[in-house]
Design a protein. Sequence first.
Length: 562
Amino acid sequence: MEKKQPSFGPKANKRAEVKTSSSDNRHKASKEARQTEANGLEYPTGLRLAFIVLGLCLAVFVVALDNTIIATAIPKITSQFNSLNDVGWYASAYLLTTGCFQLLYGRLYSAFRIKWVFISTIIIFELGSFVCGATPSSVGLIVGRAIAGVGAAGIYSGALIILANIVPLQKRPVYLGAIAGMYGLASVAGPLLGGVFTDKITWRLCFYINLPVGLITILAVVFFYHQSDRPTVAMGWRARLKTFNITGNVFLMPAVICLLLALQWGGTTYPWRSVRIIAMFAVFAILIIGFTVVQFLQPENAMVPPRLLRKRSIWAACIYSFTISGAFFILSYYLSIWFQAVKGSSAVKSGIMSLPFVSGVVLGALIAGIGTMMLGYYTPFMILSSILMPIGCGIITTFTPSTASPAWIGWLAMAGMGNGIGTQGPLVAVQNVLSLKDVPIGTALVVFMQTIGGAIAVPIGQTIFNNKLVEGLHKLTPELDPPSVVNIGATEIHNVFEGAQYTRIIEAYNDALSRTFLVATVLAALTLGGSLAMEWKTVKREKKSNENAEEAVEAEGRREKA
């Protein structure tokens, strides 16, 4: 048998090069595959990522703007439609549908393609905005607000869920900080823009502004966001419907409606002790008990699966989100009243004077995002928030008509920074401790708690403000009828009264607002319970997983070459 001789020369070298190149290509492909497996997703980069994030930020901006921009437009709207009795419904219609549908969207995002559910929410929101802008009647405006609320319920949580699918966990806090900062900026800038549009152009622009912004978001998501398939997408329609927990929704939606209506009407439309308000609270309690029972009887298809609430980070995030949101919305609503009533500023100027608070929120969110990415931990920033915000809110309760600009600017900035530093922490925590399939439900739960926190805190603040204002006017201006003074409005008292009488009235306003800001202080202090309960988990674990995957690939490559 002839023995095969080893090959030498150019041909042998060429064969060796081809073999080495083939091995390198296999090594590179294997490395890429393992990295993708470690991440679970292929993340977009460069301009593609930038366009998606821009679209998400714009979507969140208009939703947050829609919460507050109508406030300064209401006087013109009620004058045009002669609809003073409908004012409460302009806010309630939006709030009711938003609260009712938020947890449902968590299931929708889990069962269907995230991309198309998100686009659907924007289209619904845009439709509602168009109806509001084009309506010839007050009823049309209420209907439009209700439709917009249905869409808005899924936009904020959808943006956060998409973010979880396009950015690695260790880099995600920076982007969450940008979105949280955008939400804070829009919430406080709403009254300013609403005042400008209403005074200089038309109140209808408060709603029409959403249309081009929404279109930009739709284009960005359609062309640049490509989502990989998930197991639930391959499920049949009957199997998907089972995941919606229809029985749970039958209890939850009317429960939310009863709670929000009781809070909206209590102390304003009806006394807190009236039969209607007490009955709505009672029905809410019964329905929420029924909802809880259903969640435990159907644990896997529950709107809020009990296994999620057993995680410490999840219930800590819920407590924190509820309290910090309540404090934020009280400051957002009542700071403008303080500027207009006590400092005598216009609606537009009060928006400008709120910029220190807005700047603090945005700067704090960015600091927390970058800091979390560098340190790997979000809990320290939540604890810092629970220290800074109560101090800032506490000092705000001491404001007087003579408080100098440097003082209120500094303390507003501190309160805003305290809010901004902590507000994204619960969202990072949810995306850190849950698997990707549970992120939509967890995110929707946190956003729901934020909404309910604001919905409960603002009416409580309103009740305290109204009661203390009437009480103060009785005491300081006994010669005047308190309800008549209140009906004049915060922006007009400086045009109606003067001299010592005006001074006593703004003193009554200041005292009432101080008590209202005390509610924000208490809520901000209660965030400490959530922040201290939050687990210390790093977001850098994914990076470590990638490094381990790379080491495994390198080892495989060395074995192949050997």
